[in-house]
Design a protein around this ligand. Structure first.
Ligand SMILES: Cc1ncc(C[n+]2csc(CCOP(=O)(O)OP(=O)(O)O)c2C)c(N)n1
Ligand code: SF4
Ligand SMILES: [Mg+2]
Length: 348
């Protein structure tokens, strides 16, 4: 008897008709098990589920294993692998040149908190619309595992060398300086990171996500505070995060006694169900206090520490055209001679 052919199920497509494969990138050349690979996978999932057009995304990075990772997701997007620690200024230029693109920056703890700290702080105070991810392993993975500025005091290198400097908490810095969405996650926590990335895509302003991302080759041993084991034992999620995008029905039951609802600028909802701590992420001072306390207790606190969905972004403050600059005609970008003459007269 002839067998009936079984139909291959159609791959699931998203709200703009693309399949998850349309969001994938090149084959990774990072070490097997590197946390950065898991973050790339979550970015693919979140962009797919949110129905972001890949061609509307600019992937920006600096230098490091982390900064290589944009090559491993969303091949159809634009990409610029800049200079070590200089991704913020290059991204600022790109966003100003075309406000319609979604900027996704991927950096490392060395790239952001060591060589790039000067650029990082100025980016945070501007609240430029972009998603800024620090793939945080506490070391310079690409140059063979030296401590970075996020390594905890007393943590140990593989060689036994002890870190005798206190860490920079990039989340506390970002909150203090003006970023409007700040959180920390762990590359091994698929669910939390996925929800945070989806919310990040809906946010308008700087999203700074510090994602603990273990370096299996140089910083995954006993004595490291950025290892898989340490995170498994010390990860303290603040809340259970559910993200309800504006294009979905939001009539999902939740208990306002245990769950905080934050409405985002586009009408999406963030539902934060408290776990251990009762934290209101719209309270900046409490967010900073929480991070200080967690630091003193040696806890690896994760979750959304701070969010201000209404804060004006850098683009709102600049009062510039929202048209891509490359499309402006010469008559608009080139002042007439009379204007130049006026300026010259003023300088006399
Ligand atoms: C101007 C400059 N200084 C130093 C280096 C050497 N270098 C390359 S990557 C790197 C550190 C990368 O660390 P991180 O950003 O944490 O990325 P990871 O490799 O850990 O993901 C350094 C110091 C460089 N490429 N350019
Ligand atoms: S050296 Fe470390 S950070 Fe770099 S790819 Fe390997 S595991 Fe990842
Ligand atoms: Mg690093």
């Amino acid at each position: 008897m002839a067998s009936t052919p079984t139909a291959t199920p159609e791959p699931k497509s998203n709200r703009i008709g693309l399949n998850v494969i349309d969001y994938r990138g090149g084959k990774t050349t990072l070490c097997a098990g590197c946390g950065h690979n898991a973050i790339s996978e979550r970015i693919v999932d979140a962009m797919f589920e949110m129905g972001v057009k890949p061609e509307h995304v600019i992937k920006m990075s600096g230098i490091g294993c982390s900064s290589k990772s944009p090559a491993y997701f969303m091949s159809r997007s634009h990409s610029f692998n800049s200079v070590h620690g200089r991704m913020p200024s290059v991204t600022t230029g790109a966003v100003l040149a075309n406000q319609h693109l979604m900027a996704l920056g991927v950096s490392g703890d060395g790239d952001s908190a060591s060589i790039g700290i000067g650029q990082f702080v100025h980016l945070m105070r501007r609240n430029l619309p972009m998603i800024y991810i620090i793939e945080d392993n506490g070391v310079y993975g690409l140059t063979k595992g030296q401590f970075s500025a996020t390594a905890d005091l007393g943590s140990k290198l593989k060689t036994g060398v002890v870190n005798d400097l206190p860490p920079i908490d990039t989340c506390a810095l970002a909150i203090q300086l003006g970023a409007s969405f700040v959180g920390r996650s762990f590359s091994g926590d698929k669910r939390q990171l996925f929800a945070m990335l989806k919310a990040a895509i809906a946010h308008k302003g700087t999203v700074m996500l510090d994602v603990i991302s273990p370096c299996v080759t140089f910083n995954d041993h006993e004595g490291s505070t950025k290892s898989y084991k340490f995170m498994k034992d010390h990860d303290e999620p603040l809340h259970d995060i559910t993200f309800v995008p504006s294009f979905e029905n939001i009539d999902v039951d939740y208990d306002p006694g245990t769950t905080l609802d934050v409405t985002m600028h586009d009408g999406s909802h963030l539902r934060l169900k408290k776990l251990n701590e009762d934290h209101d992420p719209t309270d900046k001072l409490k967010a900073l206090a929480l991070l200080h306390e967690a630091h003193d207790k040696g806890e690896a606190l994760t979750g959304i520490f701070y969010i201000d969905p209404k804060k004006p972004s850098f683009l709102d403050l600049l009062n510039m055209t929202d048209k891509p600059l490359a499309t402006l005609p010469e008559s608009v970008v080139r002042p007439p001679k009379s204007v130049l003459d006026e300026i010259m007269a003023d300088l006399r």
